[in-house]
Design a protein around this ligand. Structure first.
Ligand code: ATP
Ligand code: MG
Length: 276
């Protein structure tokens, strides 16, 4: 569905110079996957995300989206209607004074048949549990609700892949949970492919796969259990593992019979009880 082959990318700021941001990135994302991308500041996560809907094109190498090469001009709109992006700041994504109109903006912009737009908007509002507030003013909503409106906008465009660049970074914990739950729901029930960039390791626990970036490269990937079991490597990359995994790994290091790759509180509690 998505394939990056040997992708290098450098920024060329107007002030001069060249800033390398991606180097030799190879990555495949399969239909229906829930992939989380982590990495410390400046590791290239946003630059990579922008390659997925042609906001960036590789300096060298290839990016394929549904077998369309992002370099071909003719593929720009087909790719943008296939891959939707949601960014960090919900306020920057609001374009209308009414929730429903905001959700309709994406498909209108893509030139979707007006007869279909209402249907797509209704369905998207329903999926994102926003039907009750369809007539509200977006600026009156909570951060979590605003991000759900942004996600509904992507659903209304009938995108198959949704790429979110730190959508929860500015949200309170309740809103973060609410957004994450909706992402898992659309992945499970609507079969959407989700690519989520986050600094919160807890948000990576439920992923099918975690991709870890450092210095513009993919340095580690695997299931959450595989990745978080490598506590020392993760810490060496200036990242944390989820709190439960950290506790399990610390207990294991002190000789307790607790698997160091626990991912849930229940697992850690069970293991501690057994070991006592
Ligand atoms: N518009 C730009 N012009 C020049 N350099 C840039 C630009 N955007 C990003 N960079 C540089 O490219 C590299 C990768 O940045 P990128 O924003 O992709 O990292 P990131 O992993 O998303 O970081 P963060 O966690 O802070 O969002 C960094 O060295 C960054 O300074
Ligand atoms: Mg970023």
């Amino acid at each position: 569905m998505i394939k990056l082959e040997n992708v290098d990318f450098s920024y060329q700021p107007q002030a001069g110079g060249i800033v390398p941001a991606l180097s030799g990135v190879n990555l495949e994302i399969k239909p229906g996957e829930f992939v989380v991308i982590v990495g410390h500041n400046g590791s290239g996560k946003s630059t990579l995300a922008k390659h997925l809907n042609v906001l960036n094109k590789p300096t060298s190498g290839e990016v394929w989206v549904n077998e369309m090469n992002t370099k071909a001009e003719a593929n720009l709109w087909p790719i943008r209607s296939y891959v939707g992006m949601v960014f960090q700041n919900p306020d920057n994504q609001i374009v209308s004074t009414v929730v429903e109109d905001d959700v309709a903006f994406g498909p209108e912009n893509l030139g979707v048949d007006p007869a279909k737009i209402q249907k797509y908007v209704d369905e998207s509002l329903e999926i994102m549990h926003l039907t009750d507030i369809r007539d509200s003013a977006p600026h009156m909503l909570s951060g979590g609700q605003k991000q759900r409106v942004a996600i509904a906008g992507v659903l209304a465009m009938r995108c198959q892949i949704i790429v979110l660049d730190e959508p929860t970074a500015l949200l309170d914990p309740d809103s973060r949970r609410e957004v994450l739950e909706s992402l898992h729901r659309i992945n499970r029930e609507e079969k959407l492919t989700v690519v989520l960039i986050t600094h919160y390791m807890e948000e990576a626990i439920g992923a099918d796969r975690i991709v870890v970036m450092d210095g513009g490269k993919v340095v580690l990937q695997g299931t959450p259990r595989e990745v978080f079991a490598q506590v020392d490597k993760i810490r060496a990359l200036s990242l944390d593992v989820p709190m439960v995994t950290q506790i399990a790994a610390d207990l294991y290091a002190r000789g307790y019979d607790v698997p160091p790759d626990c991912l849930s509180e229940e697992e850690v509690v069970d293991a501690i009880c057994r070991s006592l």
